[in-house]
Every structure is written in C-alpha cells, then in structure tokens.
Design a protein around this ligand. Structure first.
Ligand code: ADP
Length: 481
C-alpha cells in the first residue's frame, strides 16, 4: 500500500466531505512499473455524482468575488509548489513516468493557477466605448455554472489543472472525474484543498467507473459545461450524450502529430527536439510526434542520428534517477505498440534500432522497448492512429506539397512541428497546416500563458491563456438607456 502524508484519505470528496464507502466496491490502483497494488478507492457512481452536482449547484448560490477567486488560485499555486516532491512521487507511482518529468508536471500544473490568478482582471465587466444606439453597453463574464471536468491518466495533475484553474477563475463550481487508472494524484490535491476550508460543494471530486459518472454529467440540467481531455471516441460519445441538453463542451482529443523535417533543416536541432518531444511520458502524450515525416534527401542522415540517440535510452522504474523511459500505463498500451510495430514491419517498414530491456525489470511492469522504424509505408496503421508509445516511425516525403498533404491527411489537428531554415517555406507550410499548435524548429508543447487546442476532430475550445479562462464563462451583455 502507498504511504503518503498527502493520502490520509483515499476516497472521493463531495460537498466538503470525504466519501469513504461505496456499495459498488473499490477501484484498485496499481503501479505500472511493477504491478504493485497501491490503493483501493471506493467506486462511486450515478447517485454520488448527482449529489456532487447538486452540492455544486448549491455552492454557486453564494457568489465569490474576483479577489476571492484570485486568492484561492494563489493558495493552490503555492501549495502545489510546496508539495511538489510528494505530488511528483505519487504521479510516478501511479502513472509510471520518470520522477523528473513528474516534478516538471507539478510545476507546469502550478503555472495554470498562477497565470489565472495574475489575469483575473481580464474577467472584469467592461463598457463599450461611447454610446451606441443612444445607450450604454456593458459586457459581463458570468460563470458558466456547474462544470464537469473529465481528465486522462497521462498527466494526472496537469490535465486537471488546466481546466480547474480556469474554472475557479471564472467562478464555476466543479465536479472533477479523474481517470480511474490514476486517481491518487487528484485525491492528494483535494487533501490540500481541504486544508484551505474553501466553501463546501464548490470543488467536488468523484472517482469511479467512467460510464455512470459521465452519463450524469451529460444529463443533469445543472451541469452547463463539460470539459474533457481524452480519446476522440469518448469525446464523440460525450457530445452525443450532451446533445439533447444543448450543453457546452470543451474537448481536447487525440493528436496524431506530424513532425516535419525539410531538406534544409538543422538535423541535429531536429533530432534533439524529437528526443524531447517524442519520449516524454514514454510517448504517451497527445502532442507527441506520431508521424515523423522527413525529406527523402535527408532521410538517411536523420534516421542514423535519431537511432544513435534512441539506442542510448534507459528504460526503467520512474523512481530510479537514471530512468529516461518509464513503463506504459497498462498491458493494453504495450499491446497497441506491438500491434503497430508488427503492422509496419509486415508492410515493408524496417527496424533500425530497438533498445534492449534490462532483464532485471519487474516482469509485472508494462515496459516497452523504444524502437526506431525506417521506410514506414504510407498505409501503416501508425500513420492513421496514434501509437501512444516509444516508437519513432520515419516516412519520407518528396516535395513541400507532398509533406503538407501527408501531414493534413488525418482527422486530427492538435499539434504539428516544422523544421526548416527557410522562413518563406516555414510561413507557407504553417499557413497550410490545420493544427492548433505548431512548433517552428522546436518540439515545445503548450504553456499556461497561451491558448492550446485542436482543429478538426482534435477538439473544440482552448485551454490556457485568456481564451482558456473565457471558455468557462458565459458573456452577458447589458444595454441601458
Ligand atoms: P484514454 O484512451 O486516454 O484512456 P479515454 O477517453 O478512455 O482516454 O479516457 C479519458 C477520460 O475519460 C478518463 O477519465 C476516462 O475514465 C473517461 N471516460 C472514458 N469513458 C467515458 C465515458 N463513457 N463517459 C465519461 N468519461 C469517460
């Protein structure tokens, strides 16, 4: 069992109280590095979710001022940094990523609270200049209401923080549902919140099987917005479930990011960027390069350089300081990677390098050796579906038009990366790409200060930046003679 000062309670939190029992049993949380049982969390369902929504609706009757909300955000920001190491340890234990990445995740998460606290002024009501049609016009940013936040397992803290900080800033009341594979980090966060004695019902945490909780969040009339990060399949399902109630949705879905290396690129810089971008969280992020598209004339140089770097990666337990790549989240994730590699090889792809796993690693860990595949054929499954694992698959392109067509030939449009030294080419290519986040000679992902989100079926709405805060507001216009 996991022993942590931040996990004195291992349960959900509704209406200012810990909910320790459930007649549906428990959700067992395990460490993906060794299969060790970490904790049992009571499995809550529709009844408790309804209670949480109703508590949130009651809490909203008492309005919180901008100053008060800014104070909450600042408190949370500080507490996350004060508890950084323990939160990071919990993330690594339940998610598997290397400890240094978990620490970076806590700092990144804290940044959203800091950004929102510092920008509350953007949510002040404001008058339009002058008199229009003989009247005074004023715009108010009202809270959307009770909001449901549904988050995935790859960043147990950061994916929640992006939504939560904006929801608090906007004055919403929250019902959060983390992934049942990684609920402990959120429980630790709620233990921190509990110490602040915030108004009961304003911030609720419901842990349980996804289906019944999602159905209540979609169907309960008090919930006015669902903010979801996860798979496109579940995103579509939530849209369908929420449609009869004309409910707002903010969706951050799958990525299938292209990483485009043109013939004039700085190959060393592109390789460095790909190593950082591709292998974070063992390749399990929605902004990870999934399709590495390289100009045919530099394909060999690029492939040799990336293979040499990948060969040096160390796979291990995230708590081990020498680990570069932790385990994948579960057996299914390893099987998906294996399926994609087998498919690529059967269609003519070549295995360039595969890291050898240390035989001392726990046989119960979900480890997958990083691999580089060259000459990836265009009909490979890996080009269509996100692999979500430590695989670099390289596909050659023959012209700028070919590269752009290939990059855009996906239902997704979240992140893309372009490597070229030619500014004209860069501008032209970027203007043709249908992706919400584009790295130009960098593999950098999102930041709290900037809006981030997908085009096409990668989602609706933006997280981060002022846009992310406004996502949780309803604007109300008043006109007065
Ligand atoms: P992934 O493939 O990354 O696990 P999912 O979309 O399955 O992504 O999960 C993301 C989040 O959505 C998790 O919190 C998960 O429990 C939740 N989820 C999965 N299915 C549903 C559903 N039917 N309704 C609501 N939430 C769901």
């Amino acid at each position: 069992m996991l022993n942590s000062p931040l996990l004195q309670q291992i349960s959900s939190y509704i209406d200012g109280k810990w909910i320790n029992a459930s007649n549906r049993g428990v959700i067992a949380v395990t460490n993906p590095a060794n299969g060790e049982h970490l904790a049992d969390v009571p499995d809550l369902g529709a009844t408790e979710t309804t209670s949480a929504v109703e508590a949130a609706a009651r809490a909203l009757l008492a309005r919180a001022s901008l100053d008060e909300r800014a104070r909450w955000l600042t408190q949370i920001h500080q507490a996350l940094l004060e508890n950084k190491h323990e939160l990071a340890r919990i993330i690594t234990l339940e998610q598997g990523k290397p400890l240094k990445e978990s620490i970076a995740e806590v700092e990144y998460a804290a940044g959203f609270f800091h950004f929102c606290a510092a920008n509350m002024g953007q949510l002040e009501s404001h008058s339009l200049p002058g008199r229009i049609r003989g009247s005074e016009w004023k715009i108010h940013h009202r809270p959307a209401g009770v909001v449901g936040l549904i988050t995935p397992w790859n960043f147990p803290l950061a994916m929640l923080a992006k939504k939560f900080a904006s929801a608090i800033a906007a004055g919403c009341a929250v019902v959060a549902k983390p992934a049942d594979l990684t609920p402990l980090t959120c429980i630790a966060l709620w233990q921190i919140l509990d110490q602040f004695h915030l108004p009961a019902g304003r911030f609720n945490l419901v842990i349980g099987k996804a289906g019944p909780i999602g159905e209540v969040l979609c169907a309960h009339p008090a919930v006015r917005l669902i903010s979801f990060t996860g798979s496109t399949v579940v995103g579509r399902l939530l849209m369908a479930q929420a449609a009869p109630y004309v409910k707002r949705l903010a969706l951050e879905l799958g990525g299938n990011a292209p990483f485009m290396v043109f013939d004039d690129a700085d190959i060393e810089a592109a390789v460095n960027a790909l190593m950082l971008n591709k292998f974070r969280c063992a390749g399990q992020t929605c902004v990870c390069a999934n399709r590495v598209l390289v100009a045919r004339s530099v394909q060999k140089d690029f492939t040799d350089a990336i293979a040499a770097r990948v060969a040096a990666l160390r796979v291990g337990d995230g708590l081990d300081a020498s680990t570069d790549i932790g385990p994948l989240i579960n057996r299914g994730a390893v099987e998906k990677v294996n399926r994609h590699v087998t498919d690529a090889l059967s269609k003519g792809g070549r295995q360039i390098v595969e890291v050898k796993l240390d035989p001392a690693l726990s046989p119960n860990g979900h480890f997958r050796a990083p691999v580089v595949l060259g000459d990836l054929p265009r009909n490979a499954e890996m080009l269509v579906e996100e692999t979500f694992g430590p695989v670099v698959g390289i596909t050659a392109f023959d012209s700028d038009e070919d590269a752009v067509t290939l990059a855009n030939s996906t239902i997704h449009g979240l992140a893309a990366y372009v490597f070229t030294r030619n500014t004209d080419r860069m501008q032209r290519v970027v203007s043709q790409l249908r992706f919400g986040h584009v790295g130009l000679n960098t593999g950098a992902g999102p930041t709290p200060e900037a809006p981030f989100g997908g085009m096409k079926q990668s989602g609706i709405g933006r997280e981060g930046g002022i846009e992310g805060m406004l996502e949780f507001c309803e604007s109300q216009t008043t006109v007065q003679l």
